[in-house]
Design a protein around this ligand. Structure first.
Ligand code: TXA
Ligand code: MG
Length: 329
């Protein structure tokens, strides 16, 4: 696997060549790192599923640099244009009806009559997409069910020996996956995954209410959003925000939302932000979970669960709840 620098034009050109040749490349986005392949190339796309250990029923998001490209493959209405104008490039994925003549292999969207699309805001990935002018399929670059990567080093650690290259664009700005909104043929809107863009901002944009269909086993509309996901290999236990930190055994790491005041009495204290800033909490969540997961001093990770669902904390609560469920339950 080759490590490429996102700020280097020659390295970006190399990444493009890998992609056009059917290879897999870890790419930076403003949400999490993606595992990219040419969406037109069925073999390359199947390879994404194989490398991640992802079931074929779990559809992928495709990325491009313009609404014009989206409209080649999907039905784009006035409201979709409005959403695109308000939130793209950015952390919003739209699930749109596919056009009948859309020539993207069915495996990309698990045979569904829809396609999930996003124009990402990360300058490195956006530059790559502008030069390629094709659809790039990219799920988060983690083994299926594990914590998503928010740094190039995370991709190297978990998939390094199985992919062609990683393009390093620095740590991700949001640190959590995009908000997913499904747009029905008849103009209805459903939220499939909470993310950096809050529902109320989406409702302001489209001017109609958005129903909630956050993925679970009973919800075939978001087949990949399993109850257990984003999960370290160690057990995660949640405790309510603000509940008194008890004395924990040495093999338990305790993660709070803000830096504890006064200073924590034990070395096994960690925090997601200095002062409880929601954006900072989100940005650091997956990185800290990965660090603690590989730290041999700890067997269990206890994490403070935010009481508020405002803004991005809604998505933080969603990811933590899934991380705390074991796959067997
Ligand atoms: O921020 C993100 O969205 C990142 C970056 C790389 O763009 N990508 C990402 O992809 O989180 P992934 O594959 O980890 O999660 C995408 C989820 C899938 O699990 C699936 O449930 C849903 O999007 N999805 C994709 N296509 C869909 C479709 N046609 N209908 C319904 N849900 C879809
Ligand atoms: Mg994922």
């Amino acid at each position: 696997m080759e490590k490429l620098k996102g700020h280097d034009a020659d390295d970006r050109a190399k990444a493009s060549r890998y992609l056009l040749g059917g290879g897999l490349v870890g790419v930076p986005t403003e949400t999490v790192y993606g595992l990219a392949a040419d969406a037109r190339n069925e073999k390359a796309v199947r390879n994404i599923f194989a490398v991640k250990g992802r079931p074929l029923l779990d559809p992928l998001i495709v990325h491009c640099d313009s609404l014009e490209t989206v409209s080649v493959y999907c039905k784009v209405t006035e409201r979709v244009r409005k959403l695109a104008a308000d939130f793209w490039p950015g952390p919003l994925t739209l699930v749109l009806p596919r056009r009948n003549d859309s020539r993207i292999p069915a495996v990309v969207s698990a045979g569904l009559p829809t396609l999930a699309v996003r124009i990402p805001a990360h300058p490195v990935f956006l530059d790559l997409l502008s030069n390629l002018r094709i659809l790039i399929a990219a799920p988060s670059a983690n083994p299926f069910g594990y914590v998503s990567p928010t740094r190039a080093s995370h991709v190297v650690e978990s998939l390094g020996d199985r992919i062609d290259a990683v393009l390093d664009g620095g740590p991700c700005e949001h640190g959590l996956e995009s908000t997913i909104l499904s747009v029905g043929e008849e103009g209805s809107f459903k939220l499939l995954r909470a993310g950096p863009i809050p529902v109320k901002d989406l409702e302001t944009s489209v001017g109609v209410p958005i129903t909630e269909a956050i993925g679970n086993r009973e919800n075939p509309e978001a087949p990949g959003l399993m109850p257990s996901h984003y999960r370290p290999s160690k057990g995660i236990e949640l405790f309510p925000e603000g509940s008194a930190p008890e004395r924990l055994s040495d093999d338990t790491a305790c993660v709070t939302l803000a830096r504890p005041v006064p200073a924590p009495p034990q070395p096994n204290s960690f925090w997601l932000s200095e002062n409880g800033d929601p954006e900072e909490i989100a940005r650091n969540l997956f990185d800290l979970l990965r660090k603690l997961d590989t730290d041999s001093r700890y067997r269990t990770i206890r994490v403070e669960f935010p009481s508020s669902s405002e803004g991005i904390l809604r998505a933080v609560r969603d990811r933590l709840s899934r991380a705390a469920i074991s796959p067997e339950t």
